[in-house]
Ligand binder design. Structure first.
Ligand SMILES: NC(=O)c1ccc[n+]([C@@H]2O[C@H](COP(=O)([O-])OP(=O)(O)OC[C@H]3O[C@@H](n4cnc5c(N)ncnc54)[C@H](O)[C@@H]3O)[C@@H](O)[C@H]2O)c1
Length: 250
């Protein structure tokens, strides 16, 4: 039996990297996937390459409140429920605090954190209607431990980590059947990190710092997201799952 057979799952940032790999594994496991992204070309390609039928693409900016309201209405009309929500869209700008403009700070907080709040606020009724909804928020090891020149990114991902736990507590108290967990990838090979790894000397240094001596692959994170999305993790809520080749174990 496929692990998401008959489930409806929404994934943000589904046109690239971890989100794309997640949409692919969800589709293989029997889910109907709602792919959300602001990159029209890559979103269409992602949607067209998925296994199975019935998947939907939603072109939107995850920072826009009205877009989440419209999506919630669409989900209610088309499916009457949502079983899985993966808040994955995000990015970072690796600069010192002095060199980070207020505009950049606000943009990172908006994409990485505001979007998680908006998605949760507007899609929670549909997740509750499922009776067994699962929210998976993609944080980072930078939501657990800091590093220089990552202030805005750390603030956003730390916010995702604790907002997830607050969501889990609130849903448990409401008894609405919705679980919420965060996932904390380490260094993963995606377009987001391609720039940092472009210089072979820097790439060698970065890999040397990872206990497993290599970057993770997007499908290795997607498999962990699948675990949190599925009934395999049915007694987990408010948990943080680190998938980092050992980086936070030192
Ligand atoms: N790659 C890593 O090493 C790594 C490590 C830890 C955490 N993460 C987190 O994983 C998530 C995915 O990262 P990735 O490496 O796959 O990145 P990526 O750049 O490959 O994919 C991110 C996707 O999000 C979309 N997106 C960005 N802003 C958006 C917006 N405002 N509205 C709609 N879509 C938007 C982009 O178009 C893109 O398709 C991010 O939240 C990132 O912070 C990544």
């Amino acid at each position: 039996m496929a692990r998401l057979e008959g489930k409806v799952a929404a994934v943000s940032g589904a046109a690239s990297g971890i989100g794309l790999a997640t949409a692919q594994v969800f589709a293989r496991e029997g889910a109907t996937v709602i792919l959300i992204d602001r990159d029209e070309t890559r979103l269409a390609a992602a949607r067209n390459n998925l296994d199975g039928s019935g998947h939907q693409q939603v072109l939107m900016d995850v920072t826009r409140e009205e877009a989440w309201i419209a999506l919630a209405e669409e989900v209610e009309r088309d499916h009457k429920r949502l079983d899985v929500l993966v808040n994955n869209a995000g990015f970072g700008a690796f600069k010192s605090i002095a060199d980070t403009s207020f505009e950049t700070w606000r943009s990172i907080l908006s994409v990485n954190l505001d979007s998680v709040f908006l998605a949760t606020k507007y899609l929670l009724p549909a997740l509750a209607a499922s009776g067994r909804g699962s929210i998976v928020n993609v944080s980072s090891i930078r939501g657990i431990m800091a590093a220089p020149n990552t202030g805005s990114y750390c603030a956003s991902k730390g916010g995702v980590r604790l907002f997830t736990k607050a969501t889990a507590m609130e849903c448990a108290e409401l008894g609405n059947g919705v679980r919420a967990n965060s996932i904390h990838p380490g260094h993963v090979e995606t377009p987001l990190t391609a720039g940092a790894y472009a210089d072979p000397a820097i790439a060698a240094r970065l890999k040397a710092d990872i206990p497993m001596k290599r970057q993770g692959q997007a499908d290795e994170i997607a498999d962990a997201i699948l675990f949190l999305a599925s009934e395999d993790s049915r007694y987990m809520t408010g948990a943080e799952l680190v998938v980092d080749g050992g980086s936070t174990a030192t």
